[in-house]
Design a protein around this ligand. Structure first.
Ligand code: PEP
Ligand code: MG
Length: 922
């Protein structure tokens, strides 16, 4: 086995910081920081290879064990202390850390190396028995929970009993307090040393009772147990779920970092905290973060105590780190800027101050809200830290979606109930639920839900995924809820302290304050109790919580966003169009930067009340005269819509697809509708019912649709073409620049195209004669069937452009019904049989091979053949990068995804140019 244990923190690090695959993100960051000479407590990283070996055999290989022993000795030497030595005790943390960040998903043990003798030794050395036994009891509970599998409850109960005794000694009447209030009345720091000593005994008793064995006193035994537990946690349920969601491969494994402990809970000159080099919500360029005096790191991230702001300009300036420990604050600012310059990206830092000295425990590329990601990328390019191309590559196209999220309608009446932290942007309304399982259940029934928790933990991840938004009563901007919701792009309001959650009764009580009173926040004017199922609205952008459902409006884009998009537009080679069916859609699409319409689905124009009647008459007509009369009613509707669309899209191409869907979609299903139709057409109901039955198809997707309609009823396409060309003539007459592209759906032969071309040319001649001048248009087809792809060379002889309809092409190539596959496709993705849902992201190997082949054969037959895609894949970043590779001219997607597509197309172009980089928020 190659070297698998890498020392850091005392001189040059052994590991190469670039080897994140081996060291994990945390290990690589520690190696990087020690190489920069920053104050990092010494330690060593056990590589991901060992994790994988452990997963295979259930054991840590002998060679790796020997390397750990050697590294431990070096660590002991560096620290002048030894694991398990009461005279000079070394305590270590044992932490997981994979290649990609998986916040809170895997396990960590702190204060390892404690036993009775060590605790006494530490008490003597620090002259603080309280500190020593506090660290000891934390270690026993953590190690027992993580490495020995003991449940948390017995520890919680013992802790509550200790609190009750302290309360009694302080003459607090605890009979009036519930467990939560007791926790607030007697914070951890108020539990004295002798109580902590008793707690350790009680904890160890609980371990004996649960496991039938004594808690291990031997520090080496503790260490091996902890390392094994960290490796095992790679495969715990929540980590596996998280990996599926974020497409992280199972075989990456986690590294394990063993590091000398430094203590933030040694007293008032000690502290711990988390910082971002810039504001993770807005991207503002100033150190941002939270800290807690006299505390350990877990207190900040777990949201157990609500942390204080780092900067004096924060929420409560006098409690800030800047005000309380100015030297440490300045040192932290200096380190933050060194790290940003080194990594050329915004960092997320964990630090501890022990007796006034600052130590860096971790740094990594910071997760950030989409708005902040845009701001940081643009600012960093302007600061010269990265190039414009790198700034474009830094953004996660999926994250851009968040920027287009709805916000609350400013005009709508709303009643503010409470305020919390704006932990993750976006607004959402839904029914309140208090457990992740309930969130999943109700969301599965199609109900919007807001998950309300005191604080979230990684066990809640499936509920957060299912919920529209998340509200927590406790925890700060770096709490689990905040970090995970931001990553998911879900609205989240955290730390709403006016909310008291009662899981037993499934209710939440909100103390409502008078916002106009000078004593705002002191005496509640009202309390409101909401129960499971009641409706609430949260605004993750402002941290506000409102009563009931408040309407939302779509987003406006910032100046930086426009700037970044213009950089992206400058490098991309593919055009981006939109799928839009109405003048309004067309306008939205243009405002998002669409460069034309790639798909106008004409059948969507027929669903309105007045139109569907004429459409039904047309379908049910028995002869060309009847059909002609119905078509004559439809013509003006179609023409008016096209006029509206051409006006919106002046100067840009508009691809209009002639009628595609199976006719039965339009047929009446209710007896009442049949009667109405029978009156309008003067045809007996029975006859209509029979005709409707005749038109029924068992597999409509392979039925009488697309250009097959034109083969049997040429007059339908003739009417549509007339509407298109007359509209074009009208808008051209107004001085507009019109570029209609007439597109034939579901073709499989050249013959179908020749037949429809004849219809088109016949109508074009008539329109020209009437208008007195020719109307320019182009004629093309969709490639939606495998035969069309295979015979693309033939089809290209009759078509000036191809647009890949990858929805149908996926359906037909994979034999998967678009309408029914949802029942079983998720299982294909979960089991890994398919990497992704092929209707979301193109099956590049299969369907993609047909696209590539058709593009190639088509262009050989017609060098100037224009190629685009208009299936859903046109808005998916991964698929877009594929389409760039096979040389398509444009992608077309829904208007809201146009910005995502512009960015993804730019990234594809940059990557193809051989530039490196990727989403900064990986
Ligand atoms: C397609 O099949 O990819 C397509 C765009 O057409 P529709 O989704 O309307 O079938
Ligand atoms: Mg289709």
């Amino acid at each position: 086995m190659a070297k698998s244990v890498f020392f850091f923190g005392d001189g040059r690090p052994e590991g190469d910081p670039k080897r994140r695959d081996l060291l994990g993100g945390k290990g690589a960051g520690l190696a990087d920081m020690s190489a920069l000479g920053l104050p990092v407590p010494a330690g060593f990283t056990i590589s991901t290879d060992v994790c994988n070996a452990f997963a295979r055999s259930g054991e840590i290989p002998q060679e790796a064990r020997a390397e750990v022993e050697a590294a431990l000795q070096r660590l002991e030497k560096a620290m002048g202390a030894r694991l398990g030595d009461p005279g000079a005790p070394l305590l270590v943390s044992v932490r997981s850390g994979g290649r990609a960040s998986m916040p809170g998903m895997m396990d960590t043990i702190l204060n390892l190396g404690m036993n009775d003798a060590v605790a006494e030794g530490l008490a003597a050395r620090t002259a603080s028995p309280r500190f020593a036994f506090d660290a000891y009891r934390r270690f026993v509970a953590m190690h027992a929970g993580i490495a020995l599998g003991v449940p948390r409850e017995p520890f919680e109960e013992a802790l509550d009993l200790a609190r009750a005794r302290v309360a009694a000694a302080k003459s607090i009447d605890r009979t009036r307090l519930n467990a939560e209030e007791l926790k607030r009345a007697v914070p951890d720091a108020d539990i004295p040393a002798d109580e902590l000593r008793m707690l350790v005994k009680a904890f160890k008793g609980a371990v004996r009772k649960e496991t039938g064995r004594d808690f291990p006193a031997d520090a080496r035994e503790q260490l091996w147990q902890a390392i094994s537990a960290v490796f095992k946690s790679w495969n715990n349920h929540r980590a596996v779920v998280y990996r599926r969601m974020h497409e992280i491969p199972d075989d990456w494994g986690t590294a394990c970092n063993v590091q000398a402990m430094v203590f933030g809970n040694l007293g008032e000159t000690s502290a711990t905290g988390v910082a971002f080099t810039r504001d993770p919500s807005t991207g503002d360029k100033e150190l941002y973060g939270e800290w807690l005096p006299n505390a350990q790191g877990e207190d900040v991230v777990a949201g157990i105590r609500t942390p204080l702001p780092i900067r004096a300009s924060g929420r409560s300036g006098t409690d800030s780190l800047e005000a309380k420990m100015p030297d440490a604050f300045r040192e932290l600012e200096r380190i933050a800027s060194t790290l940003e310059r080194h990594f050329r990206d915004m960092q997320d830092l964990e630090f501890t101050i022990q007796d006034g000295k600052l130590y860096m425990l971790q740094c990594r590329n910071a997760k950030r809200a989409a708005r902040a990601a845009v701001r940081v990328a643009v600012d960093m390019a302007k600061e010269g830290l990265v190039s414009k191309d790198e700034a474009v590559l830094r953004l996660d196209p999926g994250g851009i979606d968040q920027l287009l999220h709805p916000t609350l309608d400013p005009q709508a009446p709303k009643k503010l109930l409470a305020r919390g932290l704006s932990a993750s942007p976006g607004a959402a309304s839904g029914h309140i639920v208090f457990t992740a399982d309930e969130a999943e259940r109700r969301a599965g029934q199609g109900k919007p839900v807001i998950l309300v928790r005191v604080e979230t933990s990684p066990e809640d991840i499936h509920g957060m995924k299912a919920a529209r938004g998340v509200l927590t009563a406790r925890g700060g901007m770096t709490s689990h809820a905040a970090v995970v919701a931001r990553g998911m792009g879900k609205p989240c309001v955290a730390g709403v302290s006016a909310v008291a959650v009662n899981y037993e009764t499934q209710t939440m009580t909100i103390s409502v304050y008078d916002e106009t009173s000078p004593q705002r926040g002191q005496n509640p004017v009202d309390t409101i109790t909401l129960k499971k199922g009641d409706v609430l609205t949260i605004d993750g952008g402002t941290g506000h919580v409102y009563e009931g459902a408040v309407p939302t409006v779509s987003a406006a884009l910032s100046g930086e966003f426009g700037e970044l998009m213009s950089w992206a537009d400058g490098v991309r080679t593919m055009r981006v169009r939109a799928n839009a069916d109405t003048p309004l859609d067309a306008r939205t699409a243009r405002s998002f930067g669409a460069e034309g319409i790639g798909l106008c689905r004409t059948e969507h124009m027929f669903f309105e009340e007045e139109r569907i009647q004429a459409m039904r008459e047309m379908i049910l007509a028995e002869d060309p005269t009847g059909r002609g009369a119905a078509l004559a009613k439809l013509l003006p509707f179609q023409r008016d819509d096209f006029v509206g669309i051409f006006r919106e899209m002046r100067g840009l191409p508009v691809t209009i697809r002639l009628l595609d869907p199976p006719l039965h979609e339009f047929l009446p299903t209710e007896p009442k509708q049949l009667e109405q139709l029978s009156r309008a057409m003067s045809v007996p109901v029975q006859k209509l019912a029979q005709r409707t039955k005749d038109l029924h198809e068992f597999n409509p997707m392979l039925g009488h649709r697309g250009c097959r309609l034109a083969v049997t009823y040429p007059e339908i396409y003739a009417m549509q073409v007339r509407a298109i060309l007359e509209a074009a003539a009208q808008v051209a007459g107004e001085g507009g620049d019109v570029h209609p592209e007439i597109m034939i759906p579901l073709a499989m032969t050249r013959g179908e195209l020749e037949l429809t071309r004849e219809i088109v040319d016949g109508v074009a001649k008539e329109v020209k004669d009437k208008a007195g001048r020719p109307i320019a248009f182009s004629f093309g087809t969709m490639i939606e069937l495998p035969r069309a792809a295979l015979l693309a060379g033939e089809l290209a002889k009759a078509a000036e452009f191809f647009s890949f309809g990858t929805n149908d092409l996926t359906q037909a190539t994979m034999g998967l019904s678009r309408d029914d596959a949802g029942k079983f496709l998720p299982a294909y993705v979960e089991t890994g049989i398919l990497p992704r849902d092929p209707f979301v992201s193109l099956d590049q190997e299969g369907v993609g091979a047909l696209v590539e082949l058709a593009a190639d054969r088509g262009r050989r037959a017609r060098a100037k053949l224009k190629l685009g895609v208009c299936g859903e894949h046109g808005g998916d970043a991964l698929s877009i990068s594929f389409f760039h590779r096979v040389g398509l001219d444009y992608v077309s997607c829904s208007p809201f995804r146009v910005p995502v597509a512009r960015l993804a197309a730019a990234q594809a172009a940059l990557r193809a140019r051989g530039q490196n980089g990727g989403p900064a928020t990986a």
